[in-house]
Design a binder for this molecule. Structure first.
Ligand code: GLN
Ligand code: ZN
Length: 746
């Protein structure tokens, strides 16, 4: 082994996996067809990796939905409610639910935008190797071998599996999934023995949790698990892979002392791994799998720098393998498929296939001690001097104090207590989607497109008037995606044609690429918003995507600190808000659903992140007049760790996902000193269910225990774009009725 990667995209260059799974779900194709597509995609990946000259090839990084879910099935961690189903139907029921049986929870994979299916375990969970000799890692290993390709099966490590699992409902309070470690390690032992029997020389165990803060107890568990696996008499060689940051010295010491043959470290997200490695005395009898090619971002590798890193590591380890920093599943598949990238940008990029080439070239240069071919110098990121100078010179006086802002807005807007609103988007009908697609393909004129959007906006405004909402929205029909919409209009951003990355299951996203200084050549939302405002006397909220979310859901430049990039985005948004105000818009909302997502994995790194993240939001919003009401919205989160930061944003109104936590968030926010307006989502928009007015009233009464009526807002959990009109209308009608009834009680 001299070159490898930690994993490869599973979705297929033409999104074959998406179409095959969706056909299966819709009953358009049977299990055989789906399995055939799976086998083709795997064969394709293995052969292309071999042909690229990679000499250690991973397997079992394929999945029909998610690799954590695969692991749950592998070790038979299947909650009782799914057991009446079997095979693929059971598997997909766990992922997506079926009538009357909700799915397992889904959450973000460490600090990425990939979502995994959260294992649910309890004291009664008995792990076993569910499919015996037909277990997926074994089957895929044999499948590759039948093609003449030796592979290294990739498994989620036992520690990571349990630390990312949750206790089932009703489990005793003191129960921790990690309590189940010994039973799980038994199953891994059996699996490793079987893999050895099948001829596997190496196995990769992914333990990314080792780059976050770990307790002594967890480090002891790590030691116990790998001591046991290391002692197996018949097993493949073990490679423990970490990624997304710097491994803790305590964890690395445990691995160094174990019988594990190889350790993978990420030198892109965790350049400090060099120091940690040195501090523990290196890995003198082990192989280091050095992640020097970025698996999370789309930039070409600076090969000289990567070589220098490798060279500095050679003395610390017995053997060095060149690798990617993490699985390549987080980047698009093939840059060659892109034909429309602006000149100057494309030559700075590398997608999965190109990154494999980089690994191979680095490995060759290292092995043969030949100099690297001279890279043609790619042009540097475009500089926008005006943006830089404006940021430099910006003298931000900030807004008035919250009390005087509140008074000013009361007077300007005249809203009732328990004011009602929505989060921004209304259902995206097929007509809207078609119009957007037709416009992109040049099938309809710009005017015809604008008319369809305006008609939709007029409909949505009329509906909201009829429903009796207090602060209206234009409904966002013109937006395909809340990040892409703005990225397409900013300078310094590029969109790809085929750059799909799996977000969860069959949902893939095409993150835009932020490649140069960001600027706003012209207003982006003013026309739509003012059109909506012209149709009503009620205030219409202008809708913007915040700087942190713009970065979190894009590929970002790595040649300057993220905080600097965030300020450029913030400045553009600040200008947009000024234009909206000048056009008569009195309420703006700057969405930051991803504020929690970028939170660093280690506590020590969090203050610095929150500092720039909050700073960017404030830079974007603090030019607004005191009479302008600034809203923000957040979702997808346990907010606990950022609750202080939410207050620091100092928005006039914050709407948050709260329906599922029964409004507890309101009290938490107040306890953390947040005194501005709060709109706890009073019903869950992630399901088509229509909440009864009584249920919403109850939520409001509960919220009122912690917040004054003039600070409480009434709104759904999140945007409505994934819903259909009938349930949306019914739900909002109940929402308004509930607000009115509770108002009357005050
Ligand atoms: N304004 C956006 C919408 O309503 C917010 C989306 C989000 O929070 N993810 O769709
Ligand atoms: Zn939301």
């Amino acid at each position: 082994m001299n070159t490898t990667i930690l994993g490869y995209p599973r979705i297929g260059a033409r999104r074959e996996l998406k179409f095959a799974t969706e056909d299966y779900w819709a009953g358009r194709a049977d299990a055989d067809a789906l399995n055939r597509t799976g086998a083709e995609l795997r064969a394709d990946v293995w052969t292309s990796l071999r042909d690229a000259g990679l000499n250690a090839i991973p397997s079992n990084s394929f999945s029909f939905y998610d690799h954590m879910l695969d692991t749950s099935v592998l070790v038979d961690a299947v909650p009782e409610r799914y057991r009446k189903l079997s095979g693929l139907d059971r598997y997909f029921a766990m992922a997506r639910g079926v009538q009357d049986v909700p799915p397992l929870e889904m959450t973000k994979w460490l600090d990425t935008n990939y979502h995994y299916i959260v294992p649910e375990v309890g004291p009664g969970t008995r792990f076993r190797l569910a499919d015996g000799s037909a277990a997926k890692p074994l089957a895929e290993f044999r499948e590759a071998r039948a093609l003449g390709i030796e592979t290294r099966p990739v498994l989620v490590g036992p520690l990571t599996y349990l630390l990312l699992a949750k206790a089932e409902e009703g489990a005793p309070k003191e129960f921790r999934p990690l309590d189940l470690l010994d039973g799980l390690v038994n199953v891994y032992s059996e699996l490793l023995e079987r893999l050895a029997g099948a001829g596997a020389k190496w196995v990769q165990l992914d333990e990314p949790v080792l780059v976050a803060d770990r307790s002594e107890e967890e480090i002891a568990a790590l030691k116990r698990a790998y001591a046991r696996l290391g002692r197996l008499t018949s097993r493949p060689r073990l490679m423990v892979a970490t990624y997304f940051g710097t491994i803790g010295a305590d964890a690395l010491r445990v691995l160094a002392a174990s019988r594990v043959e190889a350790v993978g470290l990420d030198f892109v997200a965790g350049p400090e791994n060099v120091d940690v490695l040195a501090s523990v005395g290196g890995l003198p009898r082990k192989t280091l799998v050095a992640g020097v090619v970025d698996g999370r971002n789309v930039w070409r590798t600076d090969r000289r720098r990567a070589m220098a890193t490798c060279a500095s590591l050679l003395g610390l380890v017995d053997q060095l393998v060149v690798s990617t920093s993490c699985s390549l599943m987080h980047v698009p598949i093939d840059l060659d498929a892109e034909t429309a990238l602006e000149p100057g940008v494309k030559e700075r990029l590398a997608f999965a296939r190109q990154k494999v080439g980089e690994v191979v070239a680095l490995g060759r240069a290292l092995r043969e001690d030949v100099p690297l071919p001279d890279d043609a110098m790619a042009s540097p990121a475009a500089v926008n001097q005006e943006v830089r100078e404006r940021l430099e010179a910006l003298n931000d006086a900030g807004r008035g104090d919250r009390g005087s802002r509140f008074e000013a807005q009361q007077e300007a807007l005249g809203l009732p207590v328990l004011a009602t609103t929505t989060i921004g988007s209304f259902p995206q009908t097929s007509e809207i989607r078609r119009a957007r697609a037709d416009r992109r393909a040049g099938r309809i004129s710009e005017d015809a497109y604008t008319q369809v959007m305006k008609d939709e906006i007029a409909r949505v405004i009329a509906l909201q008037e009829d429903l009796g909402l207090d602060v209206l929205v234009h409904g966002e029909p013109e937006r395909n995606d809340m990040v892409q919409y703005f990225a397409e209009q900013f300078d310094g951003y590029a969109a790809t044609q085929h750059g799909w990355v799996q977000s969860y299951g069959s949902r893939y996203v095409r993150p835009p690429i932020l490649h140069g200084d960001v600027a706003r050549p012209r207003p982006m939302t003013v026309e739509w918003t003012t059109y909506a405002q012209s149709l009503t006397r009620k205030p219409v909220k202008g809708m913007l995507t915040g700087p942190v979310t713009m970065l979190a859901w894009s590929f970002v430049r790595d040649d300057q600190p993220l905080g600097d990039t965030s300020r450029q985005v913030a400045l553009a948004l600040r200008d947009e808000i000024a234009d909206l105000e000048a056009a008569g818009i009195r309420v703006v909302q700057v969405d930051e659903p991803a504020l929690r997502e970028l939170l660093p994995l280690r506590d020590a790194d969090r203050p610095a992140y929150l500092d720039w993240a909050v700073g960017a939001f404030r830079l974007a919003t603090s030019g607004a007049a005191d009479t302008t009401q600034v809203h923000t919205h957040m979702c997808y989160s346990e907010f606990g760790e950022i609750i202080g930061a939410i207050g620091a944003l100092d928005a006039d109104v914050t709407s948050v996902e709260a329906a599922r936590s029964r409004m507890e968030l309101v009290a938490d926010l107040r306890a953390a000193g947040y005194a501005n307006g709060i709109g706890p989502g009073v019903y869950d928009i992630h399901s088509p269910r229509v909440p009864a007015a009584e249920e919403i009233e109850e939520n409001l009464r509960r919220a009122l225990l912690a917040v004054e009526p003039d600070r409480l807002w009434v709104n759904p959990d999140c945007g409505l774009k994934t819903r259909a009109y009938p349930e949306t209308e019914a739900s909002l009608r109940n929402l308004v009725a509930a607000a009115r009834r509770v108002r009357a009680e005050l």
